[in-house]
Design a protein around this ligand. Sequence first.
Ligand SMILES: Cc1cc2nc3c(=O)[nH]c(=O)nc-3n(C[C@H](O)[C@H](O)[C@H](O)COP(=O)(O)O)c2cc1C
Length: 216
Amino acid sequence: MSDLPHGKEGTDNVWDAMYTQRAIRYWQDKPVPREVLEKVIEAASKAPSGSNLQPWIFMVIDDEAQRQKIGDALNAVYEGGPLKDMIAEGQKSDDKTQRLMLKGAQSFFSKLAKAPAIIVPCLYKLSSPTPDPGSLEAGSSIYMAVQNLMLSARALGLGTVMTTAHVLINDPLREACNIPDDAYPAALIPIGYPDANFGPTTRKPVEEIIIWNEWS
Ligand SMILES: Cc1cc2nc3c(=O)[nH]c(=O)nc-3n(C[C@H](O)[C@H](O)[C@H](O)COP(=O)(O)O)c2cc1C
């Protein structure tokens, strides 16, 4: 049994935060104060970026009507496309972790509006290490900020789940939030006080993922 914290409390211990920052897809019906949301965006902004140009804007959607619009758009994609069948099929898996993940994903796709806030980090005025927002290198100038955001949320007892669901609802998302054409959503992250516990994550052992000196 691990000593890592289980539960809904925050933590100031960076190891505990990293090791128990699970994907959270269930929310308490409790708003997150704006100053707390501001704090996680500030923590995100402490991340490095190419030439320290900080090519980002963080859209924070806490307005109920707007969350509903975005949630409805995602639910329509879920109901109208292959995602629903894929998730239903995957839930027959023998692997309990996989089944739970897909149950959570189902809730995410169909009930996103229940999240007290949705954060959409956008690449904006990107020039370093590349001006091409569609490239792998572009991600290096924003996803470190995203991880800072998620870890600081964990520290404050807020749950998040990193998703790329913005690509499924590009047009309605842009319209609902008035995102200009020269800004590029990079993720869609619901955030709120969790109605699920933080706890140890299931990951490959370090021996399996490390290679010293020569890949052979
Ligand atoms: C690039 C990326 C895209 C993801 N997209 C989705 C998504 O569309 N829907 C969802 O419910 N979870 C999504 N996730 C969350 C992953 O399923 C989750 O991080 C992973 O299963 C690990 O979960 P754990 O930290 O609880 O172990 C995504 C994660 C990443 C990193």
